[in-house]
Every structure is written in structure tokens, then in C-alpha cells.
Ligand binder design. Structure first.
Ligand SMILES: NC(=O)c1ccc[n+]([C@@H]2O[C@H](COP(=O)([O-])OP(=O)(O)OC[C@H]3O[C@@H](n4cnc5c(N)ncnc54)[C@H](O)[C@@H]3O)[C@@H](O)[C@H]2O)c1
Ligand SMILES: O=c1ccn([C@@H]2O[C@H](COP(=O)(O)OP(=O)(O)O[C@H]3O[C@H](CO)[C@H](O)[C@H](O)[C@H]3O)[C@@H](O)[C@H]2O)c(=O)[nH]1
Length: 332
């Protein structure tokens, strides 16, 4: 299949393009490079454009005639969504409507959408299954939940098949070291811990150690980016067969912030300085997935469930490949 991959220059989208190409599909990366990187588009054509630009979308869809869209493009900083909610509703929700209308216009009937565990807010029961109540506590989560509603309505009104994949915490990177996670600013825990291990930052700040968890720090469900991508491939096939649905994607293993620091110290052999900071507003104490629906219905089997493996892949990327690409692209 030909797949238009919005956000194909970003962290998860670029890894998806690699897996699509390896599986015999043709990915076309569509990205405005707001947080993505040109160097990360290596597995098919690149189309520079914004998902809110209908003219550009019409042109790209008419030329490439994709069978489906994988929609990763979004703004994804929770804190920024609180201070700049308009940008989040515009890009993540309103611009997704533009994308869906362009798909209708070009008769593209299938979409796999990057949703998030942030749609659930702060549930009091773990693990989180698909039917857990959805009460997002920030505009980022709201902007994504709104898209899930729009997808449901576009399916019944216009027959656009969709799969919404609700990722928990994406982590790790390409084990072959071709692609990696490069965000500026970086806000995600595991890359930041490794910056502290390598001395790029002086310490990792633990956002609160007085939560009601086993060691007082927040617990998250880290899921390897390649495992997310394999779920996309399975979801794509199911969507293209005319089925729609929602799936939570995580390992079901909770890792606390302290446990992540300890695991990184074991993997890198370095001392990792920590300091205790305030709680970060909007952080639920624990978020852990029940992904049995994805395992049973999609036949999804994560390959890299161990947090140390995810850390090792990111560490190798940071140590060996990062600067080569940054210098190549003149982005340093
Ligand atoms: N990283 C995670 O832990 C995580 C968890 C849950 C959900 N998600 C979702 O997964 C998707 C990918 O996340 P990521 O971590 O790869 O983020 P990312 O920032 O690395 O990738 C997003 C990509 O979208 C592009 N983009 C942004 N706005 C655009 C626009 N208006 N038009 C075209 N392109 C645009 C960016 O340039 C970037 O390449 C997002 O939708 C995010 O909300 C991520
Ligand atoms: O310097 C840091 C960074 C993070 N954390 C803690 O580490 C955990 C993980 O934080 P991340 O910022 O790496 O990820 P989030 O759990 O905030 O993930 C949220 O944001 C992501 C997008 O960036 C996804 O959408 C995800 O679904 C959503 O829950 C949190 O408990 C956070 O408080 C720290 O202690 N110190």
C-alpha cells in the first residue's frame, strides 16, 4: 500500500516509515518540520507541508494517490498545551478536520491515528482498558479525544475507516541506530536521564517523590517505538479491511521514575545525579495500560518489553549517531 505519513519526520512517524518500507509498503512523509527533522525522512519521498494547508494536501494526495493515511503530525508537549491551548486545538483538532476533508475529497478511506493515554486523565483504577472513563486533564489530551469523536462521526457519515491507537509512553529507538529521538526541547524522561548520564546536563530532576506509589515517584508504562510501529502495521491492515476501532498500547509494566534512573545507571555504568523537584502540574501518579485488546484482536506482540533494552537503544543512539546526523543537516 501507499501510505501518507503525516509527521513522518518526527520521532515515531520516522520509525513507522522505516517499518512500512521494510514491509513492502511505500511511505510518503508529509511534515512541516516544526519538531521533526529532514534527516529522519529516509525511506520514501518527502513532502513539506502542514496538515492545515488544504491546497497543499489536495496536491499531495492527487499526485501520490495513497491507500491510507497514518496521522502522527501533532503538537505533543503537555505543559505547552496548558499555556497555549489555542495552538493545540488548532493543530491537533481543527487541522485534523482539514486532513480528513482532504481525504474525503481524494477518496482516501483509511486512517490510523496517534491518540494518547492522556485522553484518560487521572483514572483511579489500573490498568487502563479501552472503556476506562475518559476525562483528560489538559488541552493536549482534550485535543486528541476530540479527534477520536470526529473519527467516529466521519466513519458513520462518510465511511472513512479509522483506528485510534492510544500510546502510553513511547521510548527506545531503532535498534539499528539509523533513527532516534531528537526533540528540542527534550521533555521525555528517558532521553533526559541519559543526558544526565553523559554529562550533557548536570542532573535529572525527579518531578515529585511524594506520590502514592511504591517509591513515591510517578509510574509510567514505557513502550518501545518499534513495538508501537508494529501495532500500526497490524492496525493498517485491519483498517484497510474496513474495520474501525480503538486500542491501548503499552506493556502493562509500570516503571517508576526512580526505577528508570536505576535501570539507566545499570545500562550505562554511569552515576546519574538526581535532584528532587516539585510535582509537575497535571502528572497523574500512575498510568499503566491494559493492552489485551490489541494483543487479542490485532495479534500484536511487543518485542522489547524490558525497560533496559529501551534505554540501551536510546543510549547507543545518543552516543554514536546523534552528532553525525545533526552536523549533516546543519542543525547544530
Ligand atoms: N512520544 C510519546 O510518548 C507519545 C505518546 C502518545 C501519543 N503520541 C503522539 O504520537 C504522535 C507522534 O509523536 P512524536 O513523539 O513522534 O512527536 P514528534 O514531535 O517527534 O513528531 C510530530 C511530527 O509532526 C510534525 N508536525 C507538527 N505539526 C505539524 C503540522 N501542522 N503539519 C505537519 N506536520 C506537523 C512535526 O514536525 C514532527 O515531525 C503525536 O501525534 C503524539 O501526540 C506520542
Ligand atoms: O525531567 C523529567 C521529566 C519527566 N519526569 C517524570 O517522568 C514521567 C514521564 O514523563 P514524560 O514527560 O516522559 O511523559 P508523560 O508521562 O508526561 O507523557 C505524556 O506526554 C506524552 C507526549 O509527550 C504522551 O502523549 C503521553 O501519552 C502523555 O501521558 C512523568 O511522571 C514525569 O513527571 C521527571 O520526573 N523528570
Amino acid at each position: 500500500m501507499k501510505i501518507l505519513v503525516t509527521g513522518g519526520a518526527g520521532f515515531i512517524g520516522s520509525h513507522a516509515c522505516k517499518l512500512l518500507a521494510q514491509s513492502g509498503h511505500e511511505p510518503i512523509a508529509y511534515d512541516n518540520l516544526r519538531t521533526g527533522h529532514r534527516w529522519a525522512v529516509q525511506f520514501g519521498p518527502f513532502e513539506h507541508g502542514a496538515i492545515g494547508d488544504r491546497e497543499r494536501l489536495d496536491d499531495v494526495l492527487a499526485r501520490h494517490k495513497p491507500d491510507a493515511v497514518m496521522h502522527f503530525a501533532a503538537l505533543a508537549y503537555v505543559g505547552e498545551s496548558v499555556t497555549h491551548p489555542g495552538q493545540y486545538y488548532r493543530t491537533n483538532t481543527a487541522d485534523t478536520l482539514t486532513l480528513l476533508d482532504a481525504m474525503r475529497g481524494a477518496d482516501v478511506r483509511n486512517i490510523v491515528f496517534s491518540s494518547t493515554c492522556a485522553i484518560f486523565g487521572e483514572p483511579d483504577r489500573m490498568p487502563i482498558s479501552e472503556d476506562t472513563a475518559k476525562h483528560p486533564v489538559n488541552p493536549y489530551g482534550q485535543s486528541k479525544l476530540a479527534v477520536e469523536h470526529i473519527l467516529r462521526d466521519y466513519r458513520s457519515a462518510y465511511g472513512i475507516n479509522f483506528t485510534a491507537l492510544r500510546y502510553f509512553n513511547a521510548a527506545g529507538c531503532d535498534p539499528a541506530g539509523i533513527l532516534g529521538e531528537e526533540h528540542d526541547p527534550e521533555t521525555h524522561l528517558l532521553p533526559l536521564i541519559l543526558h544526565a548520564a553523559s554529562g550533557q546536563r548536570d542532573a535529572i530532576t525527579i518531578f515529585g517523590d511524594d506520590y502514592d506509589t511504591r517509591d513515591g515517584t510517578c509510574v509510567r508504562d514505557y513502550i518501545h517505538v518499534e513495538d508501537l510501529c508494529s501495532a500500526h502495521l497490524l492496525a493498517l491492515e485491519r483498517t484497510a479491511e474496513g474495520q474501525s476501532g480503538h486500542f491501548n498500547l503499552g506493556n502493562g509494566n509500570g516503571t517508576s521514575v526512580r526505577e528508570a534512573v536505576d535501570a539507566a545507571a545499570r545500562v550505562t555504568g554511569k552515576d546519574i545525579p538526581t535532584r528532587i523537584g516539585d510535582r509537575r502540574p497535571g502528572d497523574p501518579p500512575t498510568l499503566v495500560a491494559d493492552a489485551s485488546h490489541a494483543r487479542e484482536t490485532l495479534g500484536w506482540k511487543p518485542q522489547y518489553e524490558d525497560i533496559e533494552t529501551m534505554i540501551k537503544h536510546t543510549w547507543d543512539w545518543q552516543q554514536e549517531h546523534r552528532y553525525r546526523y545533526i552536523l549533516k543537516d546543519g542543525e547544530a
